[in-house]
Design a binder for this molecule. Structure first.
Ligand code: SAM
Length: 211
C-alpha cells in the first residue's frame, strides 16, 4: 500500500507495546501475549485494517493478529483498535517472511490474504504472498485443518494462486469467481475491496486447506 512515509510512525506504534509488536519482543509467545487460549486468526498484509478490526469486533471469541510490514500503514490499524477498544487483536509490524519466528508450529487456525500485491512481472513471482516460500511458512504455523482465505480483484494473481497452492498440495473448499454478484452478508469488505468494487472490478475469493 502506497502511503506517505511518516517518520513519527515508529514512535507512535511504540507507545502501545501491549497492542503492537514492532521489535519481535513477543516472537514465539503470541498465545501468552493474549493470555488466553482462544483460536488465532491472522491477516497478512492488513493495510489500514478495516477488515481485521471489523472481524475482531464481531468475534470476541477469536484472537486476531494483523501483520503488516509498513509502519506508516500500521498506525491506521492501531487507531481503529484503540477507537473501538478492541482487546482481542494484536498487531505485528514485520514482514510475513518472519511468520514462523512469531508463531509456534500449528498455533494458527486461519490465515487471511486480502488484495495482496499482485507483483505481475514474472521476475517478481517470488514476492507474491502465495509463492511456495510463503505457503511453506503458512503450512508450518497453521493447524492441520487450518484454512487460508484469499480475496483479490486481480485475475492473474487469483489464477496464479490457485495453481501455486494446488501444486503445493492444497485443496479448495470454496471458490467464488464473482463475490459481489451474490449478497453475502458474511463478507467483510477491505479498503481495497471497496475501492475496486466501486470501480466495477470483479472480486475473486477462495478458501483452501492443506492435505
Ligand atoms: N489487505 C488490505 C486491503 O485489502 O485493503 C491491503 C491491501 S494492500 C494492496 C497490500 C498490503 O500488504 C500493503 O499494506 C503492504 O504493505 C502489505 N504487505 C505486502 N507484502 C507484505 C509482506 N511480505 N509482509 C507484510 N505485509 C505485506
Amino acid at each position: 500500500m502506497r502511503m506517505r512515509y511518516k517518520p513519527w510512525a515508529e514512535d507512535y506504534l511504540k507507545k502501545e507495546p501491549n497492542i503492537v509488536d514492532i521489535d519481535g519482543s513477543h516472537a514465539g509467545r503470541i498465545s501468552e501475549w493474549f493470555d488466553n487460549d482462544q483460536p488465532i486468526y491472522i491477516e497478512v498484509g492488513s493495510g489500514m485494517g478495516q477488515f481485521i478490526t471489523t472481524l475482531a469486533a464481531k468475534h470476541p471469541e477469536i484472537n486476531f493478529i494483523s501483520m503488516e510490514r509498513e509502519k506508516s500503514v500500521m498506525i491506521k490499524v492501531l487507531d481503529k483498535v484503540i477507537e473501538q477498544g478492541l482487546t482481542n487483536i494484536k498487531l505485528i509490524c514485520n514482514d510475513a517472511i518472519e511468520l514462523n519466528d512469531y508463531f509456534k508450529d500449528g498455533e494458527v487456525s486461519r490465515l487471511y490474504l486480502n488484495f495482496s500485491d499482485p507483483w505481475p512481472k514474472k521476475r517478481h513471482t517470488k514476492r507474491r504472498l502465495t509463492y511456495q516460500t510463503y505457503l511453506a511458512l503458512y503450512k508450518q504455523v497453521l493447524k492441520d485443518d487450518g484454512e487460508i482465505h484469499f480475496k483479490t480483484d486481480n485475475r492473474g494473481l487469483f489464477a496464479y494462486s490457485l495453481e501455486s497452492m494446488s501444486q503445493f498440495g492444497m485443496y479448495y473448499t470454496k471458490i467464488n469467481l464473482n463475490l459481489h454478484e451474490e449478497d453475502d452478508e458474511e463478507n467483510i469488505e477491505t479498503e481495497y475491496e471497496r475501492k475496486f468494487s466501486d470501480k466495477g472490478s470483479r472480486i475473486y475469493r477462495m478458501e483452501a486447506k492443506f492435505h
